[in-house]
Design a protein around this ligand. Structure first.
Ligand code: KIV
Length: 289
């Protein structure tokens, strides 16, 4: 029997019913199968795709077409988790019409269950229009990687009184816009706790401490597959890059030393047919050298 699909209202209700919400990124079919099988509540096809999968220096150049391509592969794997498609830079911050059009693509072409966009008060109007189009929207405030340069780089946000107040206002504006949850990235734990207590929709933290209603991580960080850097807030549960490197090195050595393929990896044929072939002059082996 197929498991019951998690919905945006289910996620919203978890704030009342308690129990932490789990969210992880995935960008392809096999990874999404595993994440879903492990019972993670939400799968984010983040625009972190650009950095951890496509090798870009940041998330800014990720396109809508690239996102749709990857969200499609994730949504075809998932039975239970809520699939959130991340809106890339330039796909929603242009106009309300463009934002709704691209959010529709995420649902219709990529078969996401909802979208995520970055920004607080200034994006509330856009978030509201997408919600009014019938699409669940997840907000994202604090460190917003798409606009990191205007925040002064990849820095912890909300450290001053004014900045913390602005975060609370941002969260309230997104709640009023109809968002079903908000990602809080890289903000001090006491501020994340205040934001979490100030709103009635769940907060999903990444580098925002234990008091958020749920947690999200980039899967490549969690499994140790992205070697360029690991943020302080990541807990690495495995070092998959070592496993892959060792397997690939062993394969290279086996091929070079005639240890692969073995008999069990090869196909045999009827010996009589083989003899007939060998006796044919035309297909005698070419002399080497
Ligand atoms: O793109 C992404 O993976 C994200 C998470 C860091 C929340 O936005």
């Amino acid at each position: 029997m197929e498991p019951k699909k998690v919905t945006a209202p289910d996620i919203k209700d978890r704030k009342k019913s308690g129990g932490k919400i789990t969210m992880l990124t995935a960008y392809d079919y096999p990874t999404a199968l595993l994440v879903d099988r492990a019972g993670i509540d939400m799968i984010l096809v983040g625009d972190s795709l650009g950095m951890v999968v496509l090798g870009y220096k940041d998330t800014v150049s990720v396109t809508m077409d690239e996102m749709v391509h990857h969200v499609k592969s994730v949504s075809s794997a998932v039975q239970r988790a809520l699939v959130v498609g991340d809106m890339p830079f330039g796909s929603y911050n242009v106009s309300v019409e463009k934002a709704v059009e691209n959010a529709n693509r995420m649902m219709k072409e990529a078969r996401a269950d909802g979208i995520k966009l970055e920004g607080g008060k200034q994006m509330a109007r856009i978030a509201e229009a997408i919600v009014n189009a019938g699409i669940p929207v997840q907000g994202h405030i604090g460190l917003t990687p798409q606009t990191a340069s205007s925040l002064g780089g990849f820095k912890v946000q909300g450290k001053s009184f004014e900045a913390a107040m602005a975060l609370i206002e941002d969260a309230r504006a997104l709640e009023d816009a109809g968002c079903f949850s908000i990602v809080l990235e890289a903000i001090p734990s006491p501020i994340a706790k205040m934001v979490t207590e100030a709103i009635s929709i769940p907060t999903i933290g990444i580098g925002a401490g234990i008091d958020c209603d749920g947690q999200v991580l980039v899967i490549h960080d969690l499994i140790g597959l992205f070697e360029r850097f690991t943020p302080k807030f990541v807990k690495q549960y495995a070092k998959i890059s070592d496993v892959i490197f060792s397997a690939v090195s062993q394969y290279k050595s086996d091929v070079e030393n005639l240890k692969f393929p073995e008999e069990k990896h090869s196909f045999s044929m009827n010996p009589k047919e083989l003899e007939k072939l060998k006796s044919k002059k035309k297909i005698r082996p070419v002399k080497k050298g």
